[in-house]
Design a protein around this ligand. Structure first.
Ligand code: C5P
Length: 208
């Protein structure tokens, strides 16, 4: 099997930054599964579909498919063939994405889209090593305390730490069912590490 590295973890655990850097260091594409879920949530909002109605969401995806294109300069999400990537990190999408992502049918749709991608790649998400690529050669699970994750995000966004921490804890709870670390993943607690150290820790294991 060609090289697949999975990097899973909760919101703001650093998985996207780490996956992107590890992919660049190895010269392979980076793939964000969260962006596909966000693209689906975007379509749900755009077509006024009920996020709790799995069947309606599936019908919507059949009529208006969502695709992910991993490119060297970043992942692109196409909805009805139109690039919607810049509209996927909004509070409106944040508010419905966990509800949409909970349906097994939606997870199967995302899994099928990801299975179409040609390895090698580094893929990040919440269940990449357990549910989507159980045969991946290297698997990592990044964690950090909610306070540390909130502090990192507050620095990025210039928002209040306490409010961000409350939102992160709520999303952790909403994503509980779909966050499945692979039993054979290497756990890295990044609470006391900076980005460089985490990237180095991952690369050391991949290169030895
Ligand atoms: O990683 P990101 O915050 O962009 O993911 C957005 C949402 O997509 C998560 O809150 C979660 O509900 C869902 N997701 C998922 N499984 C994944 C990746 C993301 O359920 N593998």
């Amino acid at each position: 099997m060609s090289l697949i590295i999975t990097i899973d973890g909760p919101s703001a655990s650093g998985k996207t930054s780490v996956a992107r850097r590890v992919a660049a260091a190895l010269g392979v594409p980076f793939v964000s599964s969260g962006l596909l879920y966000r693209g689906i949530a975007y379509q749900v909002l755009r077509y006024h579909t009920s996020p709790t109605d799995a069947r309606a969401v599936l019908d919507l995806l059949r009529a208006h498919p969502v695709r992910l294109e991993p490119r060297p300069e970043g992942n692109r999400v196409l909805a009805n063939g139109e690039d919607v990537t810049a509209q996927l990190h909004t509070s409106a999408v944040d508010a419905v994405v966990s509800t949409v992502a909970r349906h097994p049918e939606v997870r199967a749709y995302v899994k099928a889209r990801l299975a179409e991608l040609e390895p090698p790649f580094v893929v990040e998400g919440r269940d990449m090593g357990s549910a989507v690529f159980p045969g991946a050669r290297f698997k990592f699970y990044l964690t950090a305390s909610p306070r540390v994750r909130a502090q990192r995000r507050a620095r990025e966004r210039g928002e209040d730490v306490a409010a961000i921490e409350a939102a992160l804890r709520a999303r952790d709870e909403a994503d509980k069912a779909q966050s499945q670390p692979a039993p054979d993943a290497v756990w890295i607690d990044t609470s006391a590490m900076d980005l460089e150290e985490v990237v180095r820790a991952v690369l050391e294991r991949v290169r030895t």
